[in-house]
Write a protein that binds this ligand. Structure first.
Ligand code: UDP
Length: 250
C-alpha cells in the first residue's frame, strides 16, 4: 500500500496515552507520506513502560500526544486494548518497523541515519541492515549521547548527513524527548525512537524466540537474560496490568 497523504488514524487511549491503531503496512506507508510531505515528523514506538512513564512524566506525555504516529509496540498494549473493548489490529514493534523502513529505503532511494547505543553498535546494526537490504544508503552512524550539551554537535552532524529517516536509540523517554527538542533543527522528515533495536540487530542482546513473543512472554525471557531490568519489567507487566484493571473498574 502506498499513500501520498498523511492519514488521520483511529486511535485508542490506554491510561490516557494515545496509541494509533495502525498495522505495520500502514505505519510504513505513513512514514513514506511524511517523507514526501517534508517538514519534521516524529514516530514513537509505544509499549507499557512508555505508558507508565508518561503517567509520571508530563513532558514525555506531551511528546507522545504531539507525535505524528504512536505505534503499538508492546504485547501488553494489545491485551489492554482488548480488555478495554477497543482491540488494536496489530503490533508494530521497533525492530520490525526498522527492518521495513530499511526495505522501503532501498526501494525509494532513501537515506537512514543511526544515532545512539554504545559506541560501535550502530555501525554493527548498519552492517546487518546493509547485508540484509543490499543497496541501503546509510547516511551515518553515531553513538553520541542524549545529554543536552551534545546537542549542538549532533544537530550539525545529522543535518550535514541529509538523512530521510533518523533512528534514535537512547531508550525511552530520553530518545523521544531528544527527538522532540532537536528535530526542528535537523532537516530530517522522519525521526523514530527505537530503544534497543541496534542492540538486537547487532546481536549484542538476544531477542526472545518468536514463539515466546507470540505468547506475549518476551518479558519473561528478558527477566532471565537481563535480571537487572527487573524494575522495568515490574513496571511493564504487573504494575501496568494493575493500573489498567483499576482504571477500567473506575
Ligand atoms: N542508550 C544510549 N545512551 C544513553 C542511554 C541509553 O545510547 O545514555 C542506548 C542503550 O545503549 C541501548 C538503548 O539506548 O542501546 C536503550 O535500549 P532499551 O532496550 O533500554 O530501550 P527502551 O526499552 O528504554 O526503549
Amino acid at each position: 500500500m502506498q499513500l501520498n497523504t498523511i492519514m488521520a488514524h483511529d486511535h485508542i487511549r490506554i491510561l490516557g496515552v494515545r496509541i494509533d491503531d495502525v498495522t505495520e503496512d500502514e505505519a510504513v506507508a505513513q512514514a513514506l507520506a511524511m517523507i514526501h510531505a517534508g517538514g519534521a515528523h516524529q514516530i514513537c514506538t509505544v509499549n507499557p513502560e512508555f505508558v507508565m512513564e508518561a503517567r509520571r512524566n508530563p513532558e514525555f506525555r506531551a511528546v507522545l500526544e504531539a507525535a505524528d504516529l504512536t505505534t503499538p509496540d508492546g504485547f501488553g498494549l494489545l491485551l489492554a486494548a482488548r480488555y478495554c473493548g477497543r482491540p488494536l489490529r496489530g503490533r508494530v514493534t521497533g525492530v520490525e518497523l526498522t527492518l521495513r523502513l530499511a526495505e522501503l529505503a532501498v526501494q525509494q532511494g532513501l537515506r537512514i541515519f543511526l544515532l545512539g547505543a554504545a559506541p560501535g553498535v550502530a555501525e554493527q546494526a548498519a552492517g546487518v541492515l546493509g547485508r540484509r537490504y543490499p543497496g541501503l544508503m546509510i547516511a551515518g552512524c553515531f553513538a553520541g549521547s542524549p545529554h543536552p550539551r551534545h546537542e549542538p554537535f549532533l544537530r550539525q552532524l545529522i543535518r550535514a548527513a541529509h538523512p530521510d529517516i533518523l533512528l534514535v536509540a537512547y531508550g525511552h523517554p530520553r530518545q523521544d524527548l531528544w527527538i522532540a527538542r532537536n528535530q526542528p533543527y535537523l532537516g530530517v522528515p522522519v525521526a523514530i525512537g527505537i530503544g534497543g533495536v541496534f542492540d538486537y540487530l547487532s546481536g549484542r542482546v538476544p531477542r526472545a524466540p518468536r514463539w515466546l513473543r507470540r505468547l506475549g512472554l518476551e518479558w519473561a525471557y528478558r527477566l532471565i537474560r537481563q535480571p537487572m531490568r527487573w524494575r522495568r519489567i515490574f513496571d511493564a507487566v504487573p504494575a501496568f496490568s494493575w493500573a489498567v484493571l483499576h482504571d477500567r473498574r473506575r
